[in-house]
Design a protein around this ligand. Structure first.
Ligand SMILES: [Zn+2]
Length: 156
């Protein structure tokens, strides 16, 4: 007898549905074949578990309580949705605050660098516009007054 044939008959064997001849054939195979013995053990433990379940009576109002549980579950979903939307709102607010802080810092840095550039450009302005040549005009002349005004009145 082949293992595949024995394994196919194990359910009927456990249920006592086999003829005496078939039963003896399977038992003689099981005594020699470890694989089929393990299959029988696994099969019988499943059958035992099923028979235990079959013998169990459901507790009173079992289906009513299951339905009530499903209804409660369905009612709790909007609550979870609310929690999720609150979490999204908090995350969005946090992102806005963080981006404002980063933007503020970036803006301050940008302003400082622009201001520094403007100051350095202002200091170089007389040379840029060729006004440095006016420094050699005599004191009190119109060009000397203009030169003092451009330099900020600190030269005199
Ligand atoms: Zn076998």
């Amino acid at each position: 007898m082949k293992c595949s044939h024995v394994k196919r008959k194990l359910s009927a064997y456990l249920d006592g549905e086999l003829s005496i001849a078939e039963k003896k054939e399977i038992e003689s195979h099981l005594q020699q074949c470890r694989g089929c013995q393990e299959e029988l053990t696994a099969f019988s433990s499943v059958t035992d578990a099923l028979s235990i379940l079959e013998g169990m009576e459901p507790p009173p109002y079992f289906t009513t309580r299951v339905r009530q549980g499903i209804r409660d579950e369905a009612r709790s979903i909007p609550f979870l949705e609310r929690i999720r939307s609150i979490a999204i709102s908090i995350a969005t607010a946090t992102a806005v605050v963080v981006s404002l802080l980063i933007g503020n810092q970036f803006g301050r840095t940008l302003y400082q660098s622009v201001a520094a550039t403007a100051v350095s450009e202002a200091a170089e302005a007389p040379d840029v516009f060729g006004l440095g040549t006016l420094e050699e005009f005599p004191d009190g002349s119109l060009s000397d007054i203009y030169n003092e005004l451009v330099a900020g009145g600190n030269s005199g």
